[in-house]
Design a protein around this ligand. Structure first.
Ligand code: FAD
Ligand code: A2P
Length: 281
């Protein structure tokens, strides 16, 4: 019998499937990928969605359930595709598999965006700070390409702290591409990128700026280097995304400057979101 003539066995389609369009690996801990965007998906830059893959078949029933995790959308709301920036946890239920996706594969994406790192959760101000560690830069990769960020603020400061220099690559390339992007300049306005101050630091490998951002704020290094007097509730707004430790420490620091935590329902001077749950790897 000619196997080629047999009817193809139906492959069950994933629920809420989206196709992988691009994958780029940075280190053995980090990669980014782009997927198709569901036509119905509307989101605000800075929000997150649940994404994942089908889990292993149940040993007895053979049934498979989706294995989903929260992921910040790293692309802006106007983009045709969706970008994600991901960790690779060696024995992580999802990322031990997700790190092997290739162009043309499918992932599951639940089209229900939520999150606090949105412009609506902040009161009007003059200067906007994005404080991030590790993959916590993802929501800011979205907001840094969002026209409203530059319409609402005179200055936008993005700080990104990682263990080593290679882990800064995604952010460094993003800032560079924003500065060179003619389409963005047309969309947002010529010279918009001059409002961005990029402040990358490393903690475990030698680089031009060393140290945790929390220490560099406490001892005034950040302000001295950026030529800023300090953070005040009259002018400054902040968004924080990183480990539990960063979030807790930044809350204390920002409240010390007199900023209050905001939410979608009650905008104030700063907002925080976890980049992941747990103590890090
Ligand atoms: P899990 O069982 O989920 O995690 C295992 C352990 O790995 C955790 O306990 C923690 O110690 C560590 N870990 C998990 N995620 C990270 C991380 N991002 N950085 C450092 N250590 C981590 N992850 C992303 O990679 N990109 C995102 O944009 C992103 N956005 C998120 C937004 C929200 C609101 C939340 C709550 C989490 C987000 N995460 C993001 C984390 C993500 O949901 C998963 O935890 C991660 O993909 C690992 O999944 P896993 O099943 O492999 O391991
Ligand atoms: P450190 O190397 O001193 O722990 P991770 O890769 O573990 O998610 O960490 C990303 C970066 O966040 C690292 O440079 C780490 O510094 C830094 N970091 C971890 N906890 C805090 C914190 N509480 N405040 C500021 N930075 C932190």
């Amino acid at each position: 019998m000619n196997i080629a003539n047999q009817p193809a066995k139906a492959v069950p389609a994933l629920p809420d499937a989206q196709k992988v369009l691009e994958v780029q690996h940075y280190t053995d801990r980090l990669f980014r990928f782009r997927v198709t965007r569901p036509a119905s998906l509307r989101f605000r830059s800075g929000e997150f969605v649940m994404i994942g893959l089908m889990g292993e078949p149940h040993p007895e029933t053979g049934k498979q359930k989706p294995l989903l995790r929260a992921y910040s959308i790293a692309s802006p709301a106007w983009d045709d595709a969706l970008e994600f920036y991901s960790i690779k946890v060696p024995d992580g239920p999802l990322t031990s598999k997700l790190q092997h996706i290739q162009v043309g594969d499918e992932i599951i994406l639940r089209p229900k965006p939520v999150g606090t790192l949105v412009h609506d959760a902040l009161l009007p101000g003059k200067r906007l700070w994005f404080f991030s560690t590790g993959t916590g830069i993802a929501p800011f990769a979205s907001l840094l390409r969002e026209p409203q960020t530059y319409e609402d603020y005179d200055q936008v400061i993005i700080t990104h702290t990682c263990r080593d220099v290679a882990e800064l690559t995604y952010g460094a390339e993003l800032i560079q591409s924003i500065r060179e992007d003619e389409l963005l300049a047309e969309l947002i306005g010529e010279g918009f990128a001059d409002k961005i101050a990029y402040y990358p630091t490393t903690t475990r490998e030698e680089s031009p700026k060393m140290g945790r951002i929390t220490d560099l704020l406490r001892d005034g290094t950040v302000f001295a280097e950026l030529g800023i007097e300090g953070i005040s509730p009259e002018t400054d707004r902040a968004m924080v995304c990183g480990s539990m430790g960063l979030n807790t420490d930044m809350k204390e620091i920002l409240e010390g400057y007199g900023l209050r935590e905001g939410a979608n329902s009650e905008p104030a001077e700063y907002v925080v979101e976890k980049a992941f749950v747990g103590d890090g790897i």
